[in-house]
Design a binder for this molecule. Structure first.
Ligand code: ZN
Ligand code: MN
Length: 476
């Protein structure tokens, strides 16, 4: 029997607002001492009132629009009641039956060549809870994260494999960074994910009971945890067993799923309208202001790079991983005003390496797109050779000086003068009689070694093509 997996994801995205959702405490307290970014509001003291941070609603509208969801003119806040030590109010302020956005989808281009459309059921805003940890027989509580703004987004049961689930997170992370609404750093738990997993015979149209995997917090963990659970369910069903609606926790180090508790139903939370907050009214004027400079989205830009510049899918994909990088590419291409693929090669190989090595984003580079275009032009014209050109990318980044100035100051211009090169080649040939003999008795691959010697002699400035031509003549 062949099975297919039915997977839906619930993600929580931490927004990068300055302050928390209902008070003026700093929202991002990563790495700070426990309980330093707290106040009476976010710790639920008597007599305080929450006030909605408008930036939270604005960022939710940006994401909803990118997801093609329908932004609701009026949405409401609700209390989700439960007891947990890291939830000082005894309830979480969230949105239940009237969320800020409904519907929508995200398309996932899969490496295999097909596109999976994942529907979004709803998107709502809510506050985060605190954190508990156990140490020395005590339970310690850090309230810093109480009231940190989150968007929760729930997909339909549209994903069919662990790889598709991983791809959803990759594209979601790309999107939230692109929109500038979240740092999207999974190591810092900016995106947290719960997965609902069930299986059924391939082609069937009913749904079997599902299990929920909680808190898988890296893309690789999502892939592994879901793949493990699919296999477990298949084994269970094949052995004549039944799938129970368990809640499971992924133990990343051991690579196993552990049963947590049986699942609560929504009714257990006794949701009711939050009496201390007004309905959130997203009028046309506010919405228009939020969407005034809504960007071209990553998948649209990726498609345009292929259509407009004739780039291969591979290049278009890499160049659009980050918005700043794709802006950089287009600015460099415009300044260069030539072959788009040539600029793409320089950006993907040289610029991306620099960004990775230095942990920078493309808009922080001192090698501006204009400087990169100048460097490629210097190589095109033969003023410098390719390896000097690559070195120039780093030199410009280190000094901030224009490429031409560095070429002059450091005497990097390529030596193409045939007379000067011939003299050096003759010297190298005369100094290495053994290699010359080997070359002449048939080991012609030594040509590369001879070119290398000349390049060393000229400190990398010789025109390698010219050198090779002269050497072949001399070694004849
Ligand atoms: Zn606070
Ligand atoms: Mn939630």
């Amino acid at each position: 029997m062949e099975y297919e997996a039915i997977i839906g994801l619930e993600t929580h995205i931490q927004l990068n607002t300055e302050t928390k959702i209902f008070c003026n405490c700093k929202a991002d307290s990563w790495g700070e001492p426990p309980n330093t970014n707290i106040c009476p509001v976010c710790t639920g003291q008597p007599g305080v009132l929450p006030v909605l941070n408008k930036a939270v609603a604005e960022k939710a509208v940006l994401l909803a629009t990118a997801m093609h969801a329908e932004v609701q003119r009026v949405s409401y806040f609700d209390r989700k009641n439960y007891f947990y030590p890291d939830l000082p109010k005894g309830y979480q302020i969230t949105q239940f039956d009237r969320p800020i956005a409904i519907g929508g989808y995200l398309d996932l281009p899969m490496p295999e060549g097909y596109t999976r459309r994942v529907h979004i059921i709803k998107l709502h805003i809510e506050e985060d809870a605190g954190k508990t940890k156990h140490a020395n027989g005590y339970r310690l509580i850090d309230f810093n994260r109480c009231g940190v703004p989150l968007i929760e987004m729930v997909t339909g049961p549209d994903l069919r494999s662990a790889d598709e689930a991983a791809q959803y997170l990759i594209r979601l992370r790309q999107l939230v960074r692109w929109l500038g609404i979240s740092e999207g750093n999974m190591e810092k738990a900016h995106i947290r994910c719960d997965a609902n997993v069930s299986i059924r015979p391939k082609g069937a149209d009913y749904l079997n009971p599902k299990t929920e995997i909680k808190n898988v917090n890296s893309i690789e963990a999502v892939r592994e945890a879901i793949a493990t659970e699919i296999q477990r369910q298949i084994r269970e069903v094949e052995a004549g067993g039944k799938i129970e609606p368990w809640t499971l926790e992924w133990d990343e180090d051991a690579g196993v799923l552990r049963k947590m508790r049986s699942k609560e139903t929504e009714a257990d939370y006794r949701y009711f309208r939050e009496p201390d907050l007004l309905p959130l009214v997203m009028d046309d004027e506010w919405k228009a202001r939020i969407l005034a400079d809504f960007p071209e989205l990553p998948l649209e830009r990726r498609a345009r790079f292929m259509a407009q510049y004739g780039l291969p899918e591979y290049d278009a994909d890499i160049l659009t991983t980050e918005r700043a990088l794709s802006d950089y590419y287009e600015a460099a291409l415009q300044a260069y005003n030539g072959d788009p693929k040539r600029v793409s090669n320089w950006v993907i190989n040289e610029v991306l390496r620099l960004l990775n090595e230095r942990g920078l984003s493309a808009d922080q580079l001192k090698v501006t797109p204009q400087y990169l275009a100048m460097i490629i032009r210097l190589v095109d014209k033969g003023t410098v050779n390719t390896s000097t050109g690559k070195a120039l990318v780093v030199k410009v980044e280190d000094s901030g000086k224009p490429p031409k100035q560095i070429v002059e100051e450091e005497g990097l211009a390529q030596v193409s003068d045939a007379g000067a090169l011939r003299a050096i080649c003759e010297k190298i040939v005369a100094a290495n009689p053994k290699e010359v003999e080997k070359y002449r008795s048939g080991k012609t691959s030594l040509i590369g070694w001879f070119v290398g010697q000349v390049m060393r002699e000229t400190r990398g400035k010789a025109n390698p093509k010219e050198v090779q031509k002269i050497l072949r003549e001399l070694l004849g």
